[in-house]
Ligand binder design. Structure first.
Ligand SMILES: [Zn+2]
Length: 293
């Protein structure tokens, strides 16, 4: 099997040289799409000839002509695929990503168009849930929007309640995940931990009663007093960073989309020491997401 060329790097000048036009992008997509070999979608035949357009593949039996974008998130784009590649590169590799407003200025597209495309990119930034957090994990909830006092009762009114888990390493912090929840109930907190944290992890939370019933399932869960947050310093720095990011570039973030932004934030955050392949990871997921369904 031919090895695929994986684009690596963070330099936008080099990126522009590597992808000069739509054909370069189509070639890249076709290498991903048919990496495991060609198989006709209609009749399962595995022989093909060239199709109507460059990088299309036409089945030798039923003549079905398939483009590299068919059935992927790149299908029926409202702008050139080269621009889509640039948007993915920017969103993935800029430390703070880019808002739809910034994208619309940079690429001279309507903000709505950028927003819709960015939404697709955010979909593939969701965790694969294949690599749960391990080791020492700090967990807490926080509120975004409105005043943040009155945390005691943990009622949130119209604000958004978020639960966050962060790996604490010997010299710093590791990966993190966050999710929007309705209530700080054992049920919802448990569902969050089950999804993102390994069962053997040493989970440390404050004294909130919602965590107590979870000790049966997460045998290493320990509750300690928060002491005004001083026992969860790293966690609170992380929360401040998320809030700052949301304030800085996302002015109107609805409740429905908050989860997308949390996923986007942590997608980059969890790859911060391994940024050079982010572009390829995103493109691959945007191709594969529909190929496999
Ligand atoms: Zn066929």
């Amino acid at each position: 099997m031919a090895k695929r060329n994986i684009y690596k790097g963070l330099n936008s000048i080099k990126f522009s040289r590597y992808f000069r036009d739509d054909n370069d992008c189509l070639e890249y997509l076709s290498a991903i799409k048919w990496y495991d070999g060609y198989k006709c979608k209609r009749c399962d035949n595995n022989k093909y000839g060239s199709g109507k357009k460059s990088y299309n593949r036409r089945c030798t039996k039923c003549r079905y002509d398939e483009s590299p974008t068919a059935g992927t998130m790149f299908e029926k784009l409202k702008f050139p695929i080269l621009i889509a590649f640039h948007i993915i590169f920017k969103i993935g590799t800029k430390k703070k990503g880019m808002s739809s407003l910034e994208l619309s200025h940079e690429f001279e597209l309507r903000q709505k168009t950028c927003w819709a495309f960015k939404n697709k990119v955010q979909q593939v930034m969701k965790s694969s849930l294949k690599h749960p957090l391990t080791g020492v994990i700090h967990v807490d909830e926080f509120v975004i929007g409105g005043h943040e006092k009155g945390k005691k009762g943990r009622s949130k009114g119209l604000k958004k309640l978020i639960v966050l888990a962060l790996e604490i390493l010997e010299n710093g912090v590791g990966r993190a995940y966050a999710e929007v929840i309705e209530h700080s109930s054992a049920e919802e907190l448990g569902a969050f931990l089950r999804k993102y944290v390994s069962q053997e992890a040493e989970i440390i939370t404050d004294k909130w009663r919602g965590y107590a019933p979870l000790k049966k399932e997460f045998v290493n869960l320990k509750q300690i007093p928060s002491e005004e947050g001083s026992n969860f310093k790293e966690l609170h720095i992380h929360i401040m960073n998320i809030k700052g990011w949301l304030r800085g570039i996302h002015h109107h973030c609805s409740k429905e989309h908050m989860q997308n932004y949390l996923d986007e934030y942590h997608f980059r955050y969890n790859r911060r020491s391994n940024m050079t392949t982010i572009f390829d990871v995103l493109v691959r997921k945007m191709v594969d997401i529909n190929v496999n369904t």
